[in-house]
Write a protein that binds this ligand. Structure first.
Ligand code: ATP
Ligand code: MG
Ligand code: MG
Ligand code: MG
Length: 438
């Protein structure tokens, strides 16, 4: 992509409305624009990142055996009357009336809709287990939308739903999602900690929030410091094997959000030197809720003896759009964003320090082609602008690598390769730069 043809409305000054660094940087880097409170347009640079995150989430869901579908954003109120939640949900639900005066709503979540789909499609225990998911926009009329995409009103969520015959089986589905979440967040360069979360009326231990530590997080969290050093499972993990030991290893030490925090237990179980008290961002939440929806909505399957059994269900959310902000909170410096390579909007920024100079232009064109041929997504700054402006823009948008090309270094047969994360710069031939990048 040539920057001269791209849409990158960078802001020079800090926008006043942004209270936290990720919101500030997303606005400055031309990633998003607010259209009304808590509702954003995703501009090309931001949308690229959103799609990369979405794709990682999708790959890890698929790997864990979940099946993707797509449900609509607008739902019928009648469905929510079946579960009894239409009246309970309160003001966070955006209620809409269509031209026939039918009550509709913009979905804040999809338990009812997926239960109805399942109910109509599955009749026998032989078709279990199943995990279905979609990645779709949600609307919650948050009382205080803030921090940009971190607490929006319209936001992109991945939500999965598991269906099992027994609670024992449901725990296996839960474990699949638990492990998939560890891998998902790690692939985005994040250290996520599964923390015990509120389970609601059913009780039990099957509810975890996946938390990223960050000073600007809205939750107060408490955990053992060992979690910070734990390595997530690798790609070779067999999801059909017993995941129990892995999940137990990740839940063996104390980790709780403020709602579940037990100060006495924290102090008894964790030595003072190992206690971490911090703030955190909820990027995911997994939850077993048994027959809460299947019972009232009649989602039953025929069991081995012919009797009708309501399915045991769980739901598993990931804040896909919130993650864009969370990753920036975890990875930035004075100059701007520092994207982990897996979610970066482009792999490399190619900077032409003297656009208009025939030799420099020609060299840059060659490098641009070569880098793309090697499989990189390149943003080529071919604009006629000051070097300082170009450096600042490239640092702000945080691509992992910069290839800097000017007449002086070209005369020496070299380019400059800069690694955004460390700031390390190397002068070397283009071929050596290419070798270093691949
Ligand atoms: P929170 O406690 O932050 O309000 P929640 O517990 O209400 O979140 P869930 O119902 O568990 O959210 O939804 C699953 C995921 O969706 C959350 O873990 C979070 O990452 C994301 N999410 C929830 N609300 C928002 C929002 N207003 N803006 C962006 N992402 C959100
Ligand atoms: Mg909420
Ligand atoms: Mg929450
Ligand atoms: Mg939650």
């Amino acid at each position: 992509m040539r920057l001269s043809r791209f849409f990158l409305p960078i802001l020079r000054d800090d926008p006043k409305e942004a209270e936290i660094v990720s919101h500030r940087l997303m606005l400055r880097a031309g990633m998003i624009r607010q259209s009304s409170a808590g509702i954003y347009s995703w501009l090309p640079l931001g949308y690229r990142v959103l799609r990369k995150i979405e794709q990682i989430v999708r790959e890890e869901q698929d790997r864990a055996g979940a099946l993707e579908l797509l449900m609509p954003t607008i739902q019928s109120a009648d469905l929510w009357r079946e579960s009894g939640r239409y009246d309970d949900y309160g003001k966070e639900m955006l209620r809409i009336e269509d031209r026939h005066e039918r009550d509709m709503l913009y979905g804040p979540t999809n338990e009812e809709l997926i239960t109805a789909i399942f109910r109509d499609g599955v009749k026998s225990y032989k078709d279990l287990p199943r995990i279905l998911y979609h990645i779709q926009w949600k609307f919650r009329d948050e009382i205080r939308p803030r921090f940009g995409v971190m607490r929006g009103r319209e936001f992109l969520m991945k939500d999965s739903y598991s269906f099992d015959l027994t609670q024992d089986d449901a725990r296996k589905s839960y474990n699949r999602m638990f492990v998939a979440y560890l891998r998902t967040f790690a692939r985005m360069g994040l250290k996520s900690i599964p923390m015990a979360a509120e389970t609601g009326p059913i009780g039990g231990d099957l509810s975890h929030e996946f938390i990223i530590l960050a000073d600007t997080g809205e939750s107060e969290v408490y955990c053992h410091k060992d979690y910070l050093a734990m390595e997530p499972p690798g790609e070779d993990l067999d999801y059909d094997s017993d995941l129990g030991p892995l999940v137990r290893a990740w839940t063996g030490q104390y980790a709780a959000t403020s709602e579940m925090h037990d100060a006495a237990r924290f102090e008894a179980d964790v030595s003072e030197a190992d206690r971490v008290t911090a703030r955190g961002i909820e990027v995911g939440h997994i939850f077993f809720f048994g027959t809460k929806y299947s019972e009232p909505m009649g989602a039953k399957v025929q069991g081995p003896d012919g009797e009708l059994i309501p399915v045991e269900m769980g739901s598993y959310g990931i804040g896909v759009s919130r993650l864009v902000g969370a990753i920036i909170e975890a990875s930035h410096d004075e100059a701007g964003i520092v994207w982990p390579p897996s979610v970066a909007p482009f792999d490399i920024g190619l900077i032409n320090l003297k656009a208009g100079d025939a030799d420099t232009d020609a060299a840059c064109e060659t490098f641009y082609t070569e880098l793309q041929k090697a499989g990189f997504d390149v943003l080529y700054d071919d604009r006629d602008d000051r070097a300082g402006t170009k450096f600042a823009a490239m640092d702000l948008i945080g691509l992992p690598w910069q290839v800097i090309v000017g007449p002086k270094s070209l005369k020496a047969g070299e380019v400059e390769l800069k690694e955004r994360a460390t700031g390390a710069r190397h002068s070397l031939t283009f071929d050596s730069a290419l070798t270093k990048l691949t």
